[in-house]
Design a protein around this ligand. Structure first.
Ligand SMILES: Nc1ncnc2c1ncn2[C@@H]1O[C@H](COP(=O)(O)OP(=O)(O)OP(=O)(O)O)[C@@H](O)[C@H]1O
Length: 234
């Protein structure tokens, strides 16, 4: 079964010169349950716009997005509330997903409190296990997020998303700028997590080696359209 269907999505932006530019020109693909799909493309081809549309942060002009069985083309908040435990996103720049003034712990707990009802002891246990796996020291739990580096914030954002146990996780350039060791840790955590919780990933990246390493399928996007796709041979 497909956990995500992106159907003929079109998105236009108004440019400074007053003209409209079609940034996404009919994007069509699906992600099956537990599949890892990479969307690979050069800077400016529309990858992040698509990620924002799938996550309901941005409106589409035409087409639809179906998450599990729920179509969200109408972009209503209520529809999104229904599926918010099914889909989570992590971006290269975590400022949109984390509250910089709140501590690391509060940021991580927020998703858990609102979406998965689990007790305080289990919350702390799950948070500290994931932090250890990503080499984040536990003493930053009381630090406001704004006091962390960009790479640390991204890892906090990843943990926050994983704690919700989504069916599909959208990962937008999450390893860029990380050193080799941190990048390996993120990749290893994702593969462990996937085995444990049967989650699907949509990896948005321009890092070919990362895409080749972890994907079941790679979609190539050029100037707002998918130009080819390939299965990984195992
Ligand atoms: N809010 C906006 N208003 C106008 N144009 C925008 C807006 N957001 C993105 N664009 C334009 O849409 C195009 C696609 O941008 P997008 O950020 O989706 O590309 P990308 O493939 O994710 O690039 P990168 O890898 O550099 O992040 C670019 O030409 C960008 O300038």
């Amino acid at each position: 079964m497909d956990c995500l269907q992106v159907k003929n999505v079109i998105k236009r932006y108004l440019q400074l010169d007053g003209k409209e530019k079609e940034v996404l020109r009919g994007i069509d693909f699906t992600v099956k349950n537990q599949e890892t799909v990479s969307l690979l493309g050069e800077s400016g081809c529309g990858k992040s716009t698509l990620a924002r549309i799938i996550l309901g942060i941005e409106k589409l002009d035409k087409g639809s997005i179906v998450i599990n069985d729920t179509s969200i083309e109408t972009f209503s908040y209520n529809r999104y509330r229904k599926i918010r435990n099914s889909i989570q996103g992590v971006f290269q720049d975590s400022t949109g997903s984390l509250n910089p003034k709140l501590t690391v712990l509060k940021n991580m707990e927020e998703g858990l409190k609102n979406i998965r009802k689990i007790n305080r002891y289990d919350r702390k246990k799950q948070i500290s296990e994931l932090m250890e796996q990503l080499d984040l020291p536990l003493d930053i739990l009381k630090t406001p997020v704004k006091g962390l580096s960009g790479g640390e914030q991204r890892r906090v954002s990843l943990i926050r998303a994983l704690l919700v146990r989504p069916d599909i996780l959208i990962l937008d350039e999450i390893t860029s700028g990380l050193d080799v060791e941190s990048k390996e840790k993120v990749i290893s955590l994702l593969s462990t997590y996937k085995k444990q919780y049967n989650c699907a990933f949509l990896l948005i990246t321009h890092d070919k080696s990362l895409a080749y390493k972890i994907s079941d399928r790679i979609l190539y996007i050029e100037e707002g359209i998918i130009t080819k796709q390939g299965e990984r041979k195992r």
